[in-house]
Ligand binder design. Structure first.
Ligand code: ATP
Ligand code: MG
Length: 216
C-alpha cells in the first residue's frame, strides 16, 4: 500500500527493463517507460543505468552515482518505476545480456521480461553482444523516436531469433535527448519542464553539465 515499491518476485508477471545511460534522465525517458507500462500491462519498469555504454565512445558527464540518484528522484512519484543499480555493481562495460541473465535468475522463469528500447538504439540491436540470447531472455518493446526508423525486416534478417519476440510501440514521440539537455545547460538555456523538477534541482545543486562533454 501507499508508496511501497514491489521489489520481489512475488506476484510479478511482467517486468520492464529499461537500460540506458540516463545522463541525465529526461521526460522522454519517463514518457516512453509509462507508455510501455500501460501498453504491456507491466507491473514495474526497472530503470537500469549502464556503468558504461559499450556503443558510446566518450565517458558520461555525470558519475554513475549521480545518474542513479537522478533516476531515483525521477521515479519517486511513480510506484511502478524502480531504479536498479545492477549494472553499476559490475565492472564496465555493461552488457544487457548479462543484466537479463541476472534478472531472469532473480525473478525466475514465471516472470515475463520486457526490454524497453527506443527506435535509435533498436537499430543497433544486431551489434549487441549475444543478441540471440537477449531476445530469448526478454521480449523487446521498441518505442518510436522522432527522426529514427526501425526496420523490422532488416532486424529479423540480422537476428532471426528476434522474430516474434518484439512489439513496436508508437509512443508519444518526444523529440528530446540527454545530449540536448546537456547542451542546453552548457549554453545557459533552461531545462525546466524537460526534466522532472527534482532532477533539475539536483543538476543545479551539483553543478552538472556546465561543460558539455560533447558526445552525441
Ligand atoms: P544521449 O543523447 O546521451 O544518447 P538519450 O536521450 O538518447 O541520451 P539514452 O540514455 O541514450 O538517452 O537512452 C536510453 C534509452 O532511451 C534508449 O533506448 C533510447 O533509444 C531511449 N530514448 C531516449 N530518449 C528517447 C525519446 N525521446 N524517445 C524515445 N526513446 C528514447
Ligand atoms: Mg542515446
Amino acid at each position: 500500500m501507499g508508496t511501497a515499491r514491489v521489489d520481489t518476485a512475488a506476484e510479478l508477471i511482467r517486468v520492464g527493463i529499461y537500460g540506458g545511460t540516463f545522463d541525465p534522465i529526461h521526460i522522454g525517458h519517463l514518457a516512453i517507460a509509462e507508455e510501455a507500462r500501460w501498453a504491456l500491462a507491466l507491473q514495474q519498469v526497472r530503470f537500469v543505468p549502464a556503468a558504461h555504454q559499450p556503443l558510446k565512445g566518450a565517458l558520461p558527464g555525470a558519475t554513475p552515482a549521480q545518474r542513479l540518484a537522478m533516476i531515483g528522484l525521477a521515479c519517486a512519484d511513480n510506484p511502478a518505476f524502480v531504479p536498479d543499480d545492477i549494472e553499476l555493481r559490475r565492472p564496465p562495460p555493461s552488457y544487457t545480456v548479462e543484466t537479463l541473465e541476472h534478472l531472469r535468475a532473480r525473478f525466475g522463469s514465471g516472470v515475463e521480461l520486457w526490454f524497453i528500447v527506443g527506435a535509435d538504439a533498436a537499430c543497433d540491436l544486431p551489434r549487441w553482444r549475444r543478441i540471440a540470447d537477449v531476445v530469448a531472455l526478454a521480449r523487446l518493446a521498441i518505442v518510436g523516436r522522432p527522426g529514427h526508423t526501425f526496420d523490422p525486416l532488416a532486424f529479423e534478417q540480422a537476428v532471426p531469433a528476434g522474430a516474434g519476440r518484439y512489439v513496436l510501440l508508437d509512443g508519444p514521440q518526444l523529440d528530446l535527448s540527454s545530449t540536448t539537455i546537456r547542451r542546453r545547460i552548457a549554453t545557459g538555456r533552461p531545462v525546466r519542464y524537460l526534466v522532472p523538477e527534482a532532477v533539475r534541482q539536483y543538476i543545479t545543486d551539483h553543478g552538472l553539465y556546465r561543460e558539455d562533454p560533447g558526445y552525441a
